[in-house]
Structure formats: C-alpha cells, structure tokens
Design a protein around this ligand. Structure first.
Ligand code: SIN
Length: 319
C-alpha cells in the first residue's frame, strides 16, 4: 500500500492529482467518467465577477504536440457559479480549488468576497488566483508578468480568504525571471504556487495565410510545454531550498498525460500535479494518471508519495 496523501499549506489531500483549471469545466461532465471525489482536488474553470462570453471563435487550434486556446475566460460570473456549480460540487463531497480572476486587483477581491460568502464555500480547499491568463487583449493584465502587480493581487486575495484556506498563485512561464514573480507572490501571502499557465503562441493557417485563432494569440498547452513546466518548478523549488524565497508548496501543471509525466514534476518539487489538456482526448486521464503515479511511487520502492517530492534536487549529478 502506498500513502498518496499530500499536504498543501496545512491542508491534507488524499492524493496529489487535480484537474487543471479550464479543462473540465466545473465537474459535471467529468463526473460522467469517474467520481470527481476521486481527485485530490477538482480545480474549477476560472471565474470572474460578471458573466463573460470570452473571445471570438475560432478559439482552439491544434498543434503537432499540443494545442492553443484563446477562450478568454468565458464563464457564468461568480454569483451563478456559486449557486449552480460550487453547490453541485459541494453536494458531491468534492474538494474544490476555485480558480478566480479579475480585471483589477480590487475585482479579484470582490470575486473572492462573494465566493467566501457562499454556503457552498465549505467544500473549498483552496483558492487559485489566476494572475497569468494569456488571453487578454491588454498584456498589462497578465499580472504575473510583473512582480509588483502579482504582489498587489495576491495581497488582496489573501486578505479576503479566511485563514486556514490556502491561496495559491498561478504563474506564467512567459517571464524573464519566474523566481522573482514567485517570490513576490509568496511574500504577499500566497500559501502556494501553481506552475505553469499556458505559453503565448500563434498558429498561422497556411492555406488562408492568416492566424487560425480569431483572437490571433492563444495559450499553448499539452506535451510540448512539459519541459518548460518542469523547468519552472525546478527553478522555484531550487530557490526555496537555497533559502532565496520562503518555502511554499508547488502544484505542477503542464503537459501531463501519464503517471511518469506527473512524476517528473513531482521529482522537480511539485507536491501536487494538475492534468489538463490530456482530458480533452481522454476524459478519464486525471483518474488514470493517479493510478499510474501510484504505481510509479511503488516502482521506486517508497511507500509515501511525499518522499518523492523534490527528490531530483538531491540526486542531481554535481560537476
Ligand atoms: C482562458 O479562458 O482564456 C484560459 C484561461 C487561462 O489560461 O488562464
């Protein structure tokens, strides 16, 4: 028997596998394939203050080793979300990480205030501040591109979320120094970090000779980005281990299709792993990745998942 439990800033989860925000809506569809309660946590589609239809279509484009999305934070708005989606998840007994976003730091705070006021908040095991969505017309709204903006958002979210409920900041790899942004987020009160959001990309339709996506740019996800995710997790965890920023748990996300893919992020330092794009062609992927990751832990001869978190840092061959 392998102990697959993991702890995120004091919150114990029975296992480390989660959905990635935006890849399984708000749980109802996924629950037809396996109970969402099987997951360590279900991560919701990012919710904003008001209902949004998102960017114009087409807003998905396949690439040879992943896909671009240009959804633009489509969603029902926080009030409808808590009434219909969060209530449904709470009734199922799911552990929920709610992904939130706003156009300003104050709007993040307003979204969180309404979330916390909901009776269904009891199922929330954490709030993921999505400060890194690339699908905004104004790049200045990608808060995670700038340490100061990241700090402002995280600070306000942390003050509105009750103590004991972790706030996790989701970061973008599209920066020169992700450690500086991670440090700003943690010093502002983030209890954990999710890395990474999608990378900004463009696909050109070579028949029509124009961008495939109506919004021109989109976020690249899928297997192509996994080494970037592993690198981001590695860099931030290495900086924590060297004492360059306070220690906080990291949730790894980016191109996980199998238990071995998940193990890469774990060995780089992720205490939990999210499965996203793989869910589109295999809706049971998060449940399968969990079973495969458990087999991987056993294959390495340890009986606790936690023993493998960050292990690659200790085994690094030093010149
Ligand atoms: C989107 O809705 O545009 C995707 C969200 C994200 O990548 O953060």
């Amino acid at each position: 028997m392998v102990d697959m439990s993991t702890t995120l800033a004091g919150t114990v989860l029975p296992n480390p596998v989660m959905t990635a925000s935006g890849c399984a809506a708000n749980g109802k569809e996924l629950n037809r394939f396996f109970p969402v309660t099987d997951l360590g946590a279900f991560v919701t589609k990012t919710v904003m203050l008001d209902p949004r239809s998102g960017r114009p279509t087409p807003r998905m484009a396949e690439t040879s080793s992943g896909m671009l999305n240009s959804i633009g934070l489509q969603g029902p708005g926080i009030d409808a979300f808590v009434e219909h989606d969060l209530a449904w998840l709470a009734e199922r007994g799911a552990r929920v990480l709610v992904s939130v976003a706003g156009n300003t730091a104050e709007e993040f705070g307003e979204v969180v205030q309404r979330l916390v006021a909901s009776p269904a908040f009891s199922c929330v095991v954490g709030v993921e501040a999505n400060i890194s969505c690339p699908n905004v017309a104004n790049r200045g709204l990608v808060f995670a591109c700038d340490p100061v903006s990241s700090e402002q958002v995280v600070r306000i979210v942390r003050t509105r979320v009750p103590e004991g409920v972790p706030v996790v900041a989701k970061l973008t790899p599209d920066v020169t120094d992700i450690v500086a942004v991670a440090e700003a987020a943690v010093r502002a009160g983030a209890d954990g970090l999710t890395m990474i959001n999608t990378l900004l990309g463009i696909v050109i339709d070579t028949d029509l000779l124009r961008p495939q996506l109506a919004g021109v740019t989109g976020g690249l996800s899928g297997p192509a980005v996994r080494p970037v995710a592993v690198r981001a997790v590695w860099q931030v965890v290495a900086a924590m281990r060297e004492g360059r920023l306070p220690t906080a748990p990291v949730i790894g996300v980016g191109g996980v299709r199998t238990g071995r893919d998940a193990l890469e992020l774990v060995a780089a330092g992720a205490a939990a792993v999210q499965v996203g794009t793989a869910t589109f062609n295999d809706p049971s992927a998060p449940r399968r990745v969990l079973a495969e990751l458990e087999a991987e832990v056993a294959r390495h001869g340890v009986d606790r998942f936690a023993d493998l978190v960050g292990i690659a840092h200790d085994r690094m061959v030093r010149p």
